[in-house]
Write a new protein. Structure first.
Length: 71
């Protein structure tokens, strides 16, 4: 368990930022010269991407808690 925690901490500390835009969105937004709008769209895509992971984690935690309560 300790090794997994250490690995998770290391991955979080040394993570790099990801660009979530598709090539078409990036080309359309950066061709106008407005990089602020491109950054806002990129942030919005990342926020939308987080929601499914939170839902799966919540369901997994609920199942874990339910199984732990039975034993």
């Amino acid at each position: 368990m300790f090794n997994y925690s250490l690995l998770l901490i290391a991955l979080c500390l040394f993570s790099q930022s990801a660009n979530a835009q598709c090539a078409m969105c990036r080309a359309a937004l950066t061709s106008e010269g407005n990089t602020t709008k491109a950054a806002a769209v990129n942030d919005g895509i990342v926020y939308l991407m987080v929601i499914p992971y939170l839902l799966v984690a919540g369901i997994g935690y609920a199942i874990y808690r339910m199984k732990k309560k039975k034993s």
